[in-house]
Design a protein around this ligand. Structure first.
Ligand code: UD1
Length: 364
C-alpha cells in the first residue's frame, strides 16, 4: 500500500449491523486507493446472531475480532473502547465507519474521536426522544461526535438541524438496510423455511421481541405473551426468539403462554426475510423490522410507546400498539382495512453508492 492509499475501518458488533455494512463495503470495493478493514466487536457472538450473518451477507472475514461478549452496558462499552483503541493505534485509519445505535457504535465513535480520526455514522439522526432506551443515548452521543452524518430520512435531517448540527456534516442518503433487502429478496422464498415452519403465504403472523422494556419486566412480558396467545388461537404465529427473550421466558415461567405458537431460535437473514415477506402481519419491537415491513408493504404492529423511525408510521405500514390494542389492529388488518402506503424517498437499493460518493467527496 502506498502512503497515498486511504484506510477505512468499518465497525460491526451486533446482529442489526451486518446488513448495513455489507452493501457499503461492496460499494467501496470499486473505489481505487481505498483499503478496507472490518472490525467485529463481538457484542453478539452466537453463530445465529453474528457469524452466520457475516457469511450469508458475503462480508469479508473480519480483520479483527474484539470478542467483548455480553456484559453490563458500562463493561461492554468499556471493553469495546479498550480493544478498539489498540486497533486504531495499530492500523491508523483515515476514517472509521459506524452504523446504527448499538453499544459498539457509540464506543467506537468515542475512541476514534479522541484519536482525532474522522467518523462517519450511517443511520444518523434517528431519535425516539426516550432516554430510557439505551440506544437513544448511543444515537445522541454518536451523532454529537461523528464528522459525517449519513441519514436515512428527512426527519433525521430535521432532528440534527434542531440539535445545531451544521448542514455540511449531514448527507441524506436513504436507508442502507433496504439495499441488502433488495439484493436478497428474490431468494427469500417460503420453501427455505418449510422444514421448520408449516405456513402458507399471507396466512400467518411473525413475532419478534427483545427490548428490555418489553421482556425484562415480568408483568409487561406476561401481558404481551397473553395477547400473543389470544392471537395464536385464531392465526398461526411464528416466533423466532432472541436469546434474551428465551432466558426471560424460562426465568418467569411463561412457556405455557407459547403453547399455540411456533417458537424457533434466532434465524438467519434470508430465512427471516422469507418469513416476513410472506406474512399477513408482523408484530415486533425491533427498529429495523419496522423499516423492512414498510418497504415490503406488510402491516407491522410495533409493541412500543415510541419509535425513532416515525416515517414508518407516517408513510409506511407501521403502527405503535399496546398489548391491549393489538387485537383491534389485527382485526383491521385481517379484514383488509389497512391504509395504503408508499416507500419513503431513497429507500431504493442504491444507498450504499450514495454513501460511497459522499465519503469520496469528503476525502478529496
Ligand atoms: C443489542 C442492541 C440492540 C439491538 C439488539 C439486536 C445495545 C444497547 N443493544 O441488544 O439495540 O436491537 O442487539 O439483537 O447495543 N446473547 C446471547 N448470544 C448473543 C448475544 C446475546 O446469548 O450472541 C444474550 C446474552 O444473554 C445477553 C443478552 O442476549 O445478555 C442480550 O444481549 P446484548 O448484546 O446485551 O443486547 P441485545 O438485547 O441483543
Amino acid at each position: 500500500m502506498s502512503s497515498r492509499d486511504k484506510t477505512i475501518l468499518h465497525v460491526v458488533g451486533a446482529r442489526p449491523n451486518y446488513m448495513k455494512i455489507a452493501p457499503l463495503m461492496d460499494a467501496l470495493s470499486t473505489v481505487p486507493r481505498v483499503r478496507q478493514l472490518l472490525v467485529n466487536t463481538g457484542q453478539h457472538y452466537d453463530a445465529a446472531m453474528a457469524g452466520g450473518f457475516i457469511r450469508e451477507l458475503s462480508l469479508p472475514i473480519p480483520d479483527r475480532d474484539l470478542e467483548v461478549g455480553s456484559a453490563s452496558h458500562a463493561v461492554q462499552t468499556a471493553n469495546v473502547m479498550i480493544r478498539f483503541e489498540q486497533v486504531c493505534l495499530e492500523e491508523k485509519p483515515d476514517l472509521v465507519v459506524v452504523v446504527g445505535d448499538v453499544n459498539s457504535t457509540m464506543a467506537a465513535t468515542l475512541v476514534a474521536s479522541k484519536l482525532l480520526i474522522p467518523v462517519a455514522h450511517v443511520e444518523a439522526g434517528l431519535r425516539s426522544f426516550d432516554r430510557t432506551m439505551p440506544e437513544e443515548i448511543n444515537r445522541v452521543v454518536t451523532d454529537r461526535l461523528a464528522d459525517i452524518l449519513l441519514t436515512p430520512s428527512r426527519d433525521a435531517d430535521e432532528n440534527l438541524a434542531r440539535e445545531g448540527v451544521a448542514a455540511e456534516r449531514v448527507y441524506f442518503v436513504g436507508n442502507i438496510m433496504i439495499d441488502t433487502l433488495f439484493r436478497h429478496l428474490p431468494t427469500a422464498t417460503l420453501d427455505r423455511v418449510a422444514d421448520r415452519v408449516n405456513v402458507t403465504a399471507g396466512s400467518y403472523a411473525v413475532l419478534t421481541l427483545h427490548r428490555p422494556s418489553n421482556v425484562d419486566v415480568r408483568e409487561t412480558f406476561t401481558s404481551i405473551l397473553s395477547a400473543v396467545a389470544a392471537i395464536a388461537s385464531e392465526t398461526p404465529v411464528v416466533f423466532p426468539m432472541h436469546p434474551r427473550t428465551q432466558a426471560r421466558v424460562n426465568e418467569f415461567g411463561l412457556r405455557h403462554l407459547l403453547k399455540g405458537v411456533c417458537v424457533l431460535g434466532p434465524m438467519g437473514y434470508i430465512d427471516f426475510l422469507s418469513l416476513t415477506s410472506h406474512a399477513k402481519v408482523v408484530l415486533t419491537d425491533s427498529g429495523g423490522i419496522q423499516e423492512e415491513t414498510t418497504y415490503l408493504g406488510i402491516p407491522c404492529l410495533t409493541l412500543r410507546e415510541n419509535t425513532e423511525r416515525p416515517i414508518t408510521v407516517k408513510q409506511g405500514t407501521n403502527r405503535l400498539v399496546r398489548p391491549e390494542t393489538v387485537h383491534g389492529h389485527l382485526e383491521a388488518i385481517l379484514s383488509g382495512k389497512w391504509p395504503k402506503t408508499t416507500v419513503p424517498p431513497l429507500w431504493d437499493g442504491k444507498t450504499a453508492d450514495r454513501v460511497a460518493r459522499s465519503l469520496k467527496a469528503r476525502a478529496t
